[in-house]
Design a protein around this ligand. Structure first.
Ligand SMILES: [Cu+2]
Length: 140
């Protein structure tokens, strides 16, 4: 058997495996996928303002507080010319080790986080802890 025959047989095997997997899915799985697509619809934009590394800047996260429905995502865009973070928690509490953390967001780059539970979420920039923001997640 040459390598081409082997490859062909292998790809047929993969196709059959995928087909069997689809057949074996519980009937309500397709419904769940659709429900999630509807659920995860909204993307709310927050800008990291230019000059945010300066403590005297008039605005950091813009808007500093946003209200979203559970199941929405927020997209932060770094409009500044230095690195910032979007880190869950309050600087006075040393952050929230189990929360979300963008890590360094380069100038011009974005960070997206999905909010699936209602509640109030504080966040800040670990590099410039005077940059604070808040997300109020309302029940869907
Ligand atoms: Cu910052």
């Amino acid at each position: 058997m040459n390598i081409l025959t082997n490859l062909k047989m292998y790809s047929q095997g993969v196709s059959i495996a995928i087909a069997l997997t689809i057949l074996m899915l519980p009937p309500n799985y397709i419904v769940l996928v659709h429900a999630q697509l509807v659920y995860m619809d909204e993307v709310v934009e927050v800008k990291i303002s230019k000059g945010s590394s300066n403590i005297n800047n008039t605005q950091f996260y813009a808007p500093p507080e946003v209200q979203v429905a559970a199941g929405s995502s927020i997209k932060w865009t770094n409009d500044d010319n230095v690195i910032h973070t979007v880190t869950q928690g309050k600087p006075s509490e040393g952050g929230n080790s189990t929360g979300f953390n963008s890590g360094p967001i380069q100038p011009g780059s974005t960070f997206v986080h999905f909010f699936d539970e209602s509640g109030t979420v504080d966040y800040y920039c670990t590099i410039h802890p005077y940059m604070i923001g808040k997300v109020v997640v309302n029940p869907y």
